[in-house]
Design a protein around this ligand. Structure first.
Ligand SMILES: [Zn+2]
Length: 197
């Protein structure tokens, strides 16, 4: 995963259920050095540690809430017994680390969290566009990539309203240019006919 991809991923993630807090479990899957890069960019800051961790021993990724223990040699660890096989497991404190993603900083770098797009049927999109466009034309434009869709098929298929509105705006601008061209043609025609007369 490249850094831009990770930034895009984070912009999407912060709108999800876990909000803008990311934990060791997530961060440890990122390519080496990217957490440091993000911290340098100021996109991520360290947050207070959490009390839960993910157990990777049983292959079930069970969520555990370890007891924090400090050994006589001053080593502090989290101890838990896996919910699957009951084995006692020790986790270094690193596993409880959490980070906060700063949405403002992400936006500053051009990674806006996606706004929830409204979805329309082809018929609704045709009506919104106006100008005698049919639902079949919408379908054709989706295939050619002119209009974006929700990626589902059959009865779940919808087109994205934002994409339809963008196209509508573009078509209206083009229409105005055509009208202006026609106007100039008419004016020139009048001039010519005056010269002939
Ligand atoms: Zn486990």
């Amino acid at each position: 995963m490249k850094l831009e991809e990770l930034l895009r991923f984070l912009a999407r993630e912060i709108t999800g259920a876990c909000g803008n807090i990311t934990d060791y479990d997530q961060v440890s899957r990122w390519p080496k050095g990217q957490l440091e890069e993000l911290m340098k960019l100021g996109v991520i800051i360290e947050a207070p540690p959490g009390s839960t961790a993910v157990c990777r021993k049983c292959g079930e990724d069970c969520c555990v809430e370890p007891t924090i223990v400090t050994y006589p040699d001053n080593r502090t660890v989290g101890l838990f017994s896996c919910g699957q096989d009951g084995h006692s497991i020790e986790l270094s404190m690193e596993h409880f680390k959490r980070w906060e993603v700063l949405p403002d900083k992400l936006a500053e770098l051009g990674y806006e969290p996606p706004t929830k797009d409204e979805e329309l049927t082809n018929e609704e999109a045709a009506e919104l566009l106006g100008g005698g466009i049919s639902a079949a034309t919408i379908s054709k434009w989706v295939k050619s990539g002119l209009i974006k869709e929700n990626g589902r098929s059959g009865r779940q298929h919808r087109v994205l309203k934002s994409s339809v509105l963008l196209l509508k705006d573009k078509r209206e601008k083009e229409q105005k240019i055509e009208e202006a061209k026609d106007f100039i043609k008419v004016q020139n025609g009048k001039k010519k006919s005056r010269l002939i007369a």
